[in-house]
Ligand binder design. Structure first.
Ligand code: PHE
Length: 361
């Protein structure tokens, strides 16, 4: 038979051991096992000790019972404290000690992207690249000589008007302004021909400037891609074939093209090229209705560039013999191509630096 002092001793030891064990517990499973071992209602240590008190006299029962209840209450409150401690320890680990919680979804790094005009520019130059054209670039600050003179643009041509050209504050010996921001990429035609013996096949991507009020279809700066091919025996058929292929590469294999007479001082004959409208397939109206197609404005055709056979005078000025060589040239407005491809109705979006617009490309 166990005596009261023995039971008191057991309770005392049990308290010390139980508290130490609780401290060492590492997870929720351990907590539950500990609770069952000590505080379990059927076979927990405390319950067993209380059951063993039955044989004691009533005085001893009172002392031992009181101590057993104290120990039980202590273990219960320790248990609760330990649970709280473990909860906050988890939190502390994650947030304050910089522990890596691999279950958290990652934060996406903010990646940049190419500007839609850069993308379109590359698409255009790539299309000509597949046809054997080299890419060259030229200066944006040009001379009157290359921007106009060498392109057969006479002194009284309206392109020289102060309302089209951004002139630099620079004068020649005669006191005339002679430097400007190039109004087109065509000056590179002359620069390339001066430095290259035919055959020549180049495309020139780049920025150009015009002294113009901006509106939905005009910017004071925009991008162009110039093209130039010079060799013996180049004909208008080569121009048509090349630009037709370009239209198909950029706007889809089913596109048709149209050439109409146009005037540029540095080509003869000069043309503008249109593609049949990819939105309405050249019909001019929305399929199955009478509504006018808003891309081609009902005409079924979309003008996309100026082109022509290089003017003999231009060849001559660049020291290329026009009785031996012929060539064709073209100039594409890049913003216009991008607007058509993406259905953008205002050119000013491109340079408004609004991330909500730019993120879409
Ligand atoms: N330079 C002309 C323009 O800016 C385009 C063009 C280039 C036309 C080459 C014909 C040949 O409008």
């Amino acid at each position: 038979m166990t005596t009261a002092p023995e039971i008191l001793g057991t309770l005392h030891n049990l308290k010390t051991v139980a508290v130490a064990e609780l401290d060492a517990v590492k997870d929720a499973d351990g907590i539950e096992a500990w609770r069952i071992a000590y505080l379990g209602r059927k076979e927990g240590r405390i319950t067993m000790i209380m059951k063993g008190m039955a044989a004691l006299d009533s005085d001893s029962k009172r002392t031992v019972g009181a101590m057993a209840n104290d120990v039980k209450a202590l273990l219960e409150s320790q248990l609760e404290a330990r649970i709280e401690e473990m909860k906050s320890a988890q939190f502390t680990h994650a947030s304050q000690e910089g522990r890596l919680d691999v279950t958290l979804p990652g934060r996406r790094p903010a990646l940049g992207r190419l500007h839609p005009i850069t993308q379109t520019l590359r698409e255009i130059t790539n299309a000509f690249g597949t046809m054997g054209f080299q890419i060259v670039e030229g200066p944006e600050v040009e001379t009157d000589h290359y921007n106009f003179e060498m392109l057969n643009i006479p002194k009284d041509h309206p392109a020289r008007d102060m309302f089209d050209t951004l002139w630099l504050d620079h004068t020649n010996a005669d006191g005339e302004q002679d430097m400007l921001l190039r109004t087109h990429t065509s000056p590179m035609q002359a620069r390339v021909m001066e430095n290259t013996k035919p055959p020549v096949r180049v495309v020139v991507p780049g920025r150009v400037y015009r002294y113009e009020a901006t509106d939905a279809t005009h910017e004071w700066h925009f991008a162009q891609v110039e093209g130039l091919a010079v060799d013996e025996g180049i004909t208008f058929a080569n121009l048509k074939g090349t630009l037709y292929e370009f239209a198909r590469l950029v706007f889809g294999p089913e596109r048709r093209v149209r050439f109409r007479c146009d005037f540029f001082p540095f080509v003869e004959p000069g043309v503008d090229m249109s593609i049949d409208c990819f939105n309405c397939d050249g019909a001019g109206n929305v399929k199955g209705s009478d509504d006018m197609c808003r891309i081609c404005r009902g005409s079924g055709w979309i003008e996309i560039m100026g082109a022509g056979m290089v003017h003999p005078r231009v060849l001559e000025m660049s020291n290329i013999d026009p009785s031996v060589y012929t060539g064709f040239a073209f100039g594409v407005g890049v913003e216009r191509i991008a607007m058509l491809k993406h259905g953008i109705d205002d050119i000013r979006y491109f340079y408004g630096n609004d991330a909500r617009f730019l993120r879409q490309f």
